[in-house]
Ligand binder design. Structure first.
Ligand code: ZN
Length: 99
């Protein structure tokens, strides 16, 4: 039996799901509610759902500048020539929202 490091109470094993739908096991203390997540599962979450980063080249267009969107993303978001997206200005940069 696992014991709580905070109060020495009994820890029970439970299962939960992350918002991404990954199941993981964790222990919760019956006495104080202290939670311990099994480390190996916790590491698997960011590994699987790490945000992919792409480098894109900026080119001059007739008006303004254009960004070359990688073909992987064109397929994923079903982007089309002359299609419309929404650009949001954020502190860290710009975000492109596809419809
Ligand atoms: Zn406890």
């Amino acid at each position: 039996m696992k014991k709580c490091s905070e109060c020495n109470g009994k820890m029970v094993e439970l299962k939960a799901k992350t918002p991404e739908g990954i199941e993981y096991d964790y222990f919760i203390c019956e006495m104080c509610g202290e939670e311990i997540i099994k480390a190996e599962k916790l590491h698997a979450v960011p590994q699987k759902h790490r945000l992919k980063r792409y480098n894109a080249k900026i080119s001059k267009l007739r008006e303004g500048l254009g960004i070359k969107i990688p073909s992987e993303l064109v397929k994923k978001y079903k982007l089309k020539d002359n299609g419309l997206v929404t650009i949001i200005s954020e502190k860290e940069g710009i975000k492109i929202i596809t419809a």
